[in-house]
Design a binder for this molecule. Structure first.
Ligand SMILES: Cc1cc2nc3c(=O)[nH]c(=O)nc-3n(C[C@H](O)[C@H](O)[C@H](O)COP(=O)(O)OP(=O)(O)OC[C@H]3O[C@@H](n4cnc5c(N)ncnc54)[C@H](O)[C@@H]3O)c2cc1C
Length: 456
């Protein structure tokens, strides 16, 4: 809510205080800082597939660390979106224009840029094909194409149909903006508001809850809270995987009368009748063989506003490649098999994987990417120099839960699901204002001007 910043009397002095706090918090990132540039005389043809958060951060670091860089970034997107900003757009804090920049303007100087789409990868032959520029050979591959969202896997929905029947999704740029307009209308008209998530791994698993809490807070601040019935239906068994943050989220949901219904997987939406259908999947006692049976029932609800999240998978060209299929077992993994510590591909030692596509047991976030980029850079250079890749990623990730206007529950944790707070002097188990200042005012410039340039 744009006006909320002025209403909360946000002063320049308080901003600078927040900046100081966050600066200290960022001190933890120093452990991963890139070595002085240029540090290596190693040579080799590096191709980066995907110029998103991970691809650009890694390309910038490699460009800096190699004396004779030969780096190509391939990405068909004209715009580069700061996706964490979509949540802020859906609560009126960012305008759509603030959330993207032209992709070409972000490519590091000295890095080749192909505005093209990779259509296949032949990892056995160190070769890939593009839609418009034919075949490219590489010595080293950085695989960072993010993930694909499958709106059509929900019956009655497609990306193009978002908006019909007051159905929205903040994972889509246009829909995130429409969602903000719809939340304001929901507040004035009242009604039944359903928020759902999905059954696959997803980027920023906190986002569906963030938009739910912010919509509720918006209605409360407008004095219309009693007009709206808020419901959160999750495919999972609980709100969040890390006990410290789950405890606080459970409390917030209870304190604010936000109903949570677990084990409900969205199946279909009738946008004309405004009906959403779920599969209620109740786990039953494990059989003697150890398999857990699931009882499936169909549940239908009528809504006035619906927020959905599509299932997500690696991009199709990755699913079709031997990067994900193991000929030894004949099986395909769900995400790209990657060493969780070194981020080297499980079978192809000249392939380095980062970001959402990686099959590693942590949450898929840009915060995770920030910690992965220096590890990939160090291990790729070590491999080029004939050394063992020994830089280690500990699974750090962060999910800044905007719980209300002015406060964030900063969920930072690692592979062990242990909290890893970086903001000093605040209780990590509670929402706080320094987290909001970081999220609302600092993270976007940090992302575009420092992280994508390989500086943090
Ligand atoms: C609504 C929402 C809220 C979020 N909130 C947060 C948050 O609060 N904090 C946080 O840290 N993270 C958040 N995230 C997650 C974060 O944005 C992602 O985890 C991060 O962008 C992953 O980086 P990536 O490089 O793997 O993928 P991306 O940044 O998505 O980049 C992938 C790139 O690959 C390109 N590509 C795709 N296919 C091909 C192809 N065939 N050939 C070549 N290139 C290709 C794409 O065009 C894209 O540019 C949020 C995401 C969303 C959607």
């Amino acid at each position: 809510m744009r006006e909320s910043a002025s209403r909360s009397n946000f002063s320049r002095r308080r901003f600078l205080q927040g900046a100081g706090i966050a600066g200290l918090g960022a001190a933890g990132y120093g452990a991963y800082a890139a070595t002085a540039c240029p540090a290596s005389q190693a040579k080799g043809k590096i191709v980066v597939v995907g110029g998103g958060a991970a691809g650009l951060s890694i390309a910038a670091r490699l460009r800096c660390a190699l004396a004779q860089p030969d780096i190509t970034v391939i990405d068909p997107a004209r715009e580069h979106f700061y996706q964490p900003g979509f949540t802020m757009m859906a609560c009126g804090e960012f305008t759509p224009e603030e959330t993207y920049r032209e992709e070409a303007s972000l490519i590091p100087e000295g890095v080749r840029y192909l505005a093209d789409r990779v259509v296949s990868i032949d990892a056995e032959r160190n070769r890939l094909s593009t839609a418009a520029n034919g075949v490219l050979d590489y010595d080293y591959l950085v695989l960072t194409p993010g993930l694909d969202m499958h709106f059509e896997a929900i019956e009655g929905i497609s990306r193009e149909r978002l908006g019909e029947g007051n159905v929205h999704c903040i994972y889509d740029f246009k829909s995130a903006h429409a969602c903000w307009l719809a939340i304001q209308k929901l507040s004035s008209d009242g009604g039944r508001a359903y928020f759902t998530d999905t059954w696959t791994k997803l980027k920023c698993g906190g986002a569906p809850k963030k938009v739910n809490m912010m919509a509720e807070d918006y209605c409360r601040r407008q004095g219309t809270r009693d007009r709206v019935d808020f419901q959160f239906y999750t495919a999972g068994k609980e709100l969040f995987e890390v006990p410290l943050f789950r405890k606080r989220l459970d409390e917030i949901y209870a304190e604010r009368n936000l109903a949570v219904t677990p084990h409900h997987r969205i199946k279909a939406v009738d946008t004309v009748a405004r009906r959403v259908t779920f599969e209620k999947r109740t786990p039953e006692a494990a059989s003697a063989g150890g398999d857990t049976a699931v009882r499936v029932e169909t549940v239908t609800r009528e809504f006035d506003f619906l927020h959905i999240v599509p299932p997500m998978t690696p991009p199709q060209f990755v699913l079709e490649s031997s990067l994900i299929h193991d000929p030894a077992t004949g099986k395909a993994a769900q995400w790209v098999p990657t060493d969780p510590a070194t981020l080297v591909h499980a079978r192809f030692k000249n392939v380095f994987v980062a970001g959402d596509v990686a099959g590693i047991p942590t949450s898929k976030t840009a915060a995770a990417v920030r910690m992965q980029a220096p590890v990939v850079t160090a291990n790729l250079i070590a491999t080029m120099e004939g050394r063992k890749p020994d830089a280690v990623y500990d699974g750090y990730t962060a999910c800044p839960f905007v719980t209300e206007y002015g406060k964030v529950l900063m969920a930072e944790f690692d592979y062990r699901k242990e909290p890893k707070p970086t903001i000093p002097f605040v209780d990590p188990g509670h929402e706080h204002r320094p987290g909001w200042i970081l999220k609302r005012y600092m993270m976007k410039p940090l992302y575009f001007d420092l992280m994508l340039r390989g500086r943090v």
